[in-house]
Design a protein around this ligand. Sequence first.
Ligand code: FAD
Length: 377
Amino acid sequence: MDAIVLGGGLMGAASAFFLARRGIRVTLIERNRVGSGATIASFGNIRRSGRYIPQLPLSHRSLALWGEAEAMLGRDVEFRATGHLRLVFSQEGLAAMRSFIEESRPWGLELEELTARDLRSRFPGLGPEAIAASFSPKDGSGNPRLIAPAFANAAQKLGADIVENVVIRAIRKTDYGFKVETSKGSHEASMLLNATGAWGARIATLFGETVPIVAKGPQMGVTEPLPHRILPVVGVWAHDHGGGYLRQVERGNIVFGGGANRIDVSLDTGYAKADPARLPGQLRSLLPILPALKNVAVIRTWSGCEGYVEDGLPVIGRSSTTPGLFHAFGFSGHGFQLGPGVGDVMAEIMATGGTDIPLQDFRIERFTKPNGLRISR
Ligand SMILES: Cc1cc2nc3c(=O)[nH]c(=O)nc-3n(C[C@H](O)[C@H](O)[C@H](O)COP(=O)(O)OP(=O)(O)OC[C@H]3O[C@@H](n4cnc5c(N)ncnc54)[C@H](O)[C@@H]3O)c2cc1C
């Protein structure tokens, strides 16, 4: 069996690794550098709370793989299970948190509900006006710069061919399977995995499949180092105060996101540029979460090109039109946590024909009837 993985973000690199580990001859083709798309721009949040509930089995599988990543890949990708704290500032937030805690429990996620008093004694300095919080002790963060190259390098050690910095000239269906012609030569395989992130719908279109997706860039920033020590990743329920989130890295800098509208990105360039005009409002919305941010300097801002599917869910699974073609794209702002699990599950489906992980809600058919008409969910 052989496969081409198109796109070397976290999804493609993880898939290449797990395919190679299953003994499949795999070629990963990334037109830029591995990991240089949405993945490198990510905030690095590895959280399960607040997720679409039927996605939790995939999310649990992925979390377990994040925990094994260092041993599996031979490199510390800075996964730290520091916990994920989510603050509540309103009655709407309280209701959202409680219903999520109830609904997710049968799916195997145990969140602690903290009172305002618990919050202040366990996490001083965070959310002085918060009325409650949830805490997910096994979640945390990872380093977005390290993870995709770590998967690609480990895949290469298992025999995968990693092709970077190429112009893609053509992608064709052949009698054998698929042929991808690049500026550095052609590659053929019986299976093709479309892991091209925000560009995934462009590849799907080549095979007669339509997915409504837009490219957007969440705006991120990082402050100078602060002595104050916050261990967990922190977010909010119900999008209160603009839905900001932050974490403190080991050197003390606070990495933050949310609290500002996402920036429009052209798929032709893929260039997602942070907008300095949005920064003051973004910082203001983070102050209720961490008042210590009041007088700190922001040393860098950035964004990245992410594909947001109309219904907020990714496209994962086999093509509806073309045997041998598979999709894993459109992660709509929450793919970093899922990446290792998606790679593992895609390799399982491609190697064995199936998986126990429920993926029916992510099928590409949710947008396309056999006659090509779009349907709504
Ligand atoms: C600013 C930002 C913050 C985020 N924060 C978080 C977070 O905290 N937690 C979380 O879970 N998720 C987060 N996300 C989302 C997460 O980063 C993405 O969902 C995930 O990285 C997507 O991985 P991917 O491999 O699908 O896409 P990408 O990393 O974009 O990789 C796709 C790759 O395909 C390549 N490509 C495209 N077309 C072709 C082609 N025709 N041929 C060859 N290669 C091609 C691109 O060059 C790119 O490298 C964030 C995203 C952004 C942008």
